[in-house]
Design a protein around this ligand. Structure first.
Ligand SMILES: [Zn+2]
Length: 115
C-alpha cells in the first residue's frame, strides 16, 4: 500500500508533531503567523495549554510557523509554536509580516496531544 508523500503539508494547519517536510527543490517558505480560531483557543485553554514562549503563561492566541533547513537531515523542516497574542505579534514584527486572521472554522478537536 503506497501513499503519496508530501504535497499536502500546507493544507494542514496544526502540526502537533512540530515538523513537516518541504521538497528539497522548493524554496524555504516565509515565516507565517495567524490567529488561533476562538474555539480552538478555548479548547487549548481548557487543556491547560499556554503560550510556549519561555516563562510566559498567557493563553495561546497565535500560531507561528518558521521554516528552517536542517543540515542533519538535509531537508527544510517546519517548527510550529502556539503563543500568546503579544508574542505572536512580536514574531510577526521580527519577520516583517503580520498576524493573519484566524481560519474560518476551528481546526483542532484533536485531543491526546502529547504536550
Ligand atoms: Zn507569550
Amino acid at each position: 500500500m503506497s501513499t503519496v508523500p508530501g504535497g499536502d503539508a500546507m493544507t494542514v494547519r496544526y502540526h502537533r508533531n512540530g515538523e513537516a517536510e518541504v521538497p528539497e527543490h522548493q524554496a524555504r517558505p516565509r515565516p507565517v503567523a495567524w490567529s488561533i480560531h476562538p474555539a480552538d483557543a478555548a479548547e487549548f485553554a481548557a487543556d491547560g495549554l499556554h503560550c510556549e514562549t519561555r516563562r510566559c503563561r498567557n493563553p495561546q492566541a497565535v500560531v507561528t510557523w518558521r521554516w528552517w533547513r536542517s543540515a542533519e537531515v538535509g531537508k527544510v523542516l517546519l517548527t510550529e509554536h502556539l503563543v500568546c497574542l503579544e508574542h505572536g505579534q512580536q514574531f510577526a514584527a521580527r519577520h516583517h509580516t503580520e498576524v493573519e486572521p484566524p481560519p474560518p472554522r476551528p481546526c483542532s478537536s484533536r485531543h491526546g496531544r502529547s504536550r
